[in-house]
Write a protein that binds this ligand. Sequence first.
Ligand code: ATP
Length: 440
Amino acid sequence: MFVALDDTDSREGMCTTFLLTEIIRRSKLDVIGFPQLVRLNPAIEYKTRGNGALVVNLAKGKGTQTVIGNFDGREIRSYAEVSEEPSVDELIGLSRDAVMEFSELEDPDTNPGIVISRSRFPQGLYWESVQGEVSIDHAENFVIENGGIFIKVKSGRGIIGAAAAISWPMLSTTYELLVYRYPKPERIEASLKESIARWCDTIPGTFNNFDPHNRYAAIFPKERTPVVFGVRGVEYEPILEAVPEMLKSSPIAHERYLIFSTNQGSDDHIIHNSEKFMENCSYEVTGYVEGIPRIIEGSHYFIRFRTKSGSIDLAAFEPTKEFRELFRNLKPNDELRVFGTYRKGTLNVEKMEVISVSQIFVRSSPVCGSCGNVMESRGHMDYRCRNCREKETLPRYRLKERSLIPGKYDVPIIARRHISRPYELENIARKARTLNRVTL
Ligand code: ATP
């Protein structure tokens, strides 16, 4: 039986992933496959942080077993198959109780939704929710049409994310192991955070652990929720081997951990080959630079960009840090493939391929044909050689060397969205099986 939920947390606390662990703990059922953390449209205004929704398949399991977590010393096992489905009423009761107990209900923007279904939903709602905006009514009708049950608390907006999570077709999957301490983790020194995040970089196939340029330990959340840290990777085995071992010997206080399969790093939010731009949707667009970069207060960079659907602005905001350096070096007619979210006529760039750079010529005085000296300008179309008094009318044009090199450029780890697929993920996946781990 699939149990999905969303919109239980606020900026002040809680995390829907933790609430899901609580439902698993209370149910005493087995997890079938992996619990799933499904990121939806990252530009949606209702989101608290990373627009994540959760789903788990709970039943009595059979077949191949994998230990996917540990709650206060009790192993959490995932099974390949269902041997016996639980009662729907029991699951409704226990998920509702957990949501009512743990959600940040006093926050006006927290509107929990629970969806329960015997089977997965068709993928339509997932694509609508990851690439666009969906209404509560639409999600409600979708759940009813597909034989599911929903529970709405307050406006119940969370049923959009919950239903979309059951619709995720898992075309591109990565993993994240999350470590928890309820209600909040202890404060961790910056130097310890850095050394743990750097160590995680040695686990094969992991990504977005540590940003060396900005000295940012990305595995630790910015805000204080029950999440202590989370390690993302393209394979689950290396993470499940390394992190629990590290936790045994580390000074980090924790109570439980659980690994999720996720659509993080999938780029599923990106709409390809679109003829038009819609507000709060994300696109892949190719085109040519027009004009030169503009900088506004706050050190945000903008540049005009010509696409086949008209001209738009590209933006690299201050949080993208050194990525703005690329914008500084763009020149008219550079050909780019950009990925980002469209808002108010501007595409906020999250990665960019420089397909080709335009040729720029600089004008200079000609060289004397007799002695090879650089001639002197005496005015319009009048060049003279000081040595041999030779005359020349035409200047010389020289190809300027460009500092911008064609290639693929990611924003730094500190500025990455969960769902965006960094170009470097291809290399990370390739190297995953060849890296050697070192001990902390
Ligand atoms: P966290 O990542 O910390 O769990 P969050 O960023 O996921 O928080 P929520 O508090 O869950 O934010 O709020 C997101 C809300 O937006 C949910 O109610 C969800 O159902 C809704 N939502 C998600 N995607 C869409 C969409 N495409 N259209 C409309 N509503 C959406």
